[in-house]
Write a protein that binds this ligand. Structure first.
Ligand SMILES: Nc1ncnc2c1ncn2[C@@H]1O[C@H](COP(=O)(O)OP(=O)(O)O)[C@@H](O)[C@H]1O
Ligand SMILES: [Mg+2]
Length: 429
């Protein structure tokens, strides 16, 4: 018997996809949706929403798109690391505007004509950029120029930028002022409150068919303590706790199941909970990274079908992230010299590296995910967790005692943020 049958559920309640069918209308999520709907109704130019990873930004976008898809033309850019022309091309393709091999000026002219035609019949055109912190500066400038397309009466285009908190920081830089001043709706998506976290767990169970399973009060309290209300982390913990209850043949999820789940998720069997407190404080997103790594070795009962397998698997290519998370392996480290090769080829000599404050160099996360640490060492505290493709300006660079190179990068945190060379690729601006 699999766990769905055991608990009489129709579906996996804590799947990690931003599924609109499971949308929980928390106050925060609702307010942001209302603001974005208002921005589109009122034909505001730019809207900005930032939030920590896992708080529900992409989920909100899915709901927004569902709401507007029959009333507007929508271009959704999910992989925003595109230079201006590619970006424009991607938008035009999404809007079904086929121009063939046209120059940028011709593309822009055609785009404007289409905007005017749509506007004449009251149809809106919305450009949505998810993970917008990854948009290169040049492309942001292009977006600003696009937003200039307007008639005497109104904006022809509504642009929504969604991203991680560094997006706000990026836009507040002096050279971004022009765009920053045009943002009329700004919102920060905060995690769920304690009582919302409890409601969220119940809500998802009901959506999945409710069945017979109950998460008792203590278990929900503990889920909140560990997730700090970040939905993606709630899903991870709740999903494992459900499995723990299933394998122990228990009709309800208790505090012990949650504790057991977290211990297995973090691979920290038997450790004191206090160890996690600073970790939680500086972003439980880091927990997700650990989960990705350890979950591959965590096997539930052989009775679970593939559909019910743990929601997160350890991707084979995640070895690099693993390198940053696990203690350095002496054999590997000893053969690696400071200044040795990295993914992008030969590391430049120390003298060529950016000096503190020099924004000329960047690193981009090349592994599936990466931990940011408070010091250049795998033993130091995890400050944050970031996903593949995130780019940071480099402030400093150091080798640790094993020869591993660490980059200190700009990241909005009260702590220093260091990232291992194993999980990033260096690039010039
Ligand atoms: N309001 C919500 N209702 C239901 N599920 C949510 C909500 N917000 C987030 N989630 C869940 O949390 C996870 C992360 O959400 P996501 O939208 O991908 O976050 P982000 O884009 O901010 O990283 C997904 O599994 C999603 O289903
Ligand atoms: Mg997202």
């Amino acid at each position: 018997m699999d766990y769905l049958t055991f608990f009489k559920l129709d579906d996996d309640p804590f799947r990690l996809t931003p599924d609109p069918g499971y949308f929980f209308p928390s106050q925060e999520h609702n307010e942001i949706l209302n603001s974005l709907n208002y921005a589109i109704e009122q034909k505001e130019g730019f809207s900005l929403v930032v939030g920590q990873p896992g708080t529900g930004k992409t989920t909100i976008l899915r709901i927004l798109i569902n709401h507007w898809k029959d009333k507007a033309e929508i271009a959704l850019v999910m992989t925003p690391r595109l230079m201006p022309e590619e970006f424009l091309q991607a938008i035009l393709e999404d809007l079904n505007i086929r121009l063939g091999d046209k120059s940028k000026n011709e593309m822009l002219k055609a785009f404007r004509d289409i905007l005017v035609t749509h506007s004449a019949v009251g149809r809106r055109i919305i450009i949505i950029v998810d993970e917008a912190q990854n948009v290169p500066d040049e492309t942001i400038e292009e977006l600003r120029l696009l937003s200039n397309l307007e008639t005497e009466k109104e904006k022809l285009l509504q642009i929504i930028l969604m991203g991680q908190p560094e997006l706000q920081k990026k836009l507040s830089a002096a050279h971004m002022k022009q765009l920053d001043q045009r943002i009329t709706i700004r919102a920060i998506l905060k995690p769920l409150t304690k009582s919302e976290t409890s409601d969220y767990v119940n809500f998802r169970l009901i959506k999945a068919g409710k069945g017979t399973i109950v998460f008792d009060d203590e278990s929900r309290k503990r889920i909140y303590d560990m997730s700090k209300g970040i939905p993606r982390v709630i899903n991870l913990i709740a999903s494992r706790a459900l499995m723990a209850a299933f394998v122990s043949n228990s009709p309800s999820v208790t505090r012990d199941h949650v504790k057991y789940a977290i211990e297995h998720l973090t691979g920290e069997n038997g450790t004191s909970w206090n160890r996690f407190i600073p970790f939680v404080k500086y972003g439980l997103a880091a927990l997700i990274a650990v989960v990705i790594i350890v979950v591959g070795s965590y096997k539930f009962s052989g009775t679970t079908s593939p559909k019910n397998a743990p929601a997160v698997d350890l991707p084979a290519q995640n070895e690099q992230a693993r390198g940053a998370l696990l203690p350095a392996r002496a054999s590997q480290q000893s053969s690696k010299k400071a200044g040795g090769s990295n993914r992008s080829g030969v590391m430049p000599p120390e003298g060529e590296l950016p000096k503190p404050g020099d924004a000329g160099k960047y690193v981009t996360v090349s592994a599936q995910s990466a931990n940011m640490r408070s010091a250049p060492s795998v033993a130091s505290e995890k400050v944050a967790w970031v996903t593949k493709g995130t780019t940071f300006p480099v402030i400093d660079k150091k080798a640790d005692s094993t020869g591993r190179i660490w980059y200190r990068v700009q990241y909005p945190s009260e702590k220093e943020c260091w990232v291992s060379e194993k999980v990033v690729a260096e690039r010039a601006r």
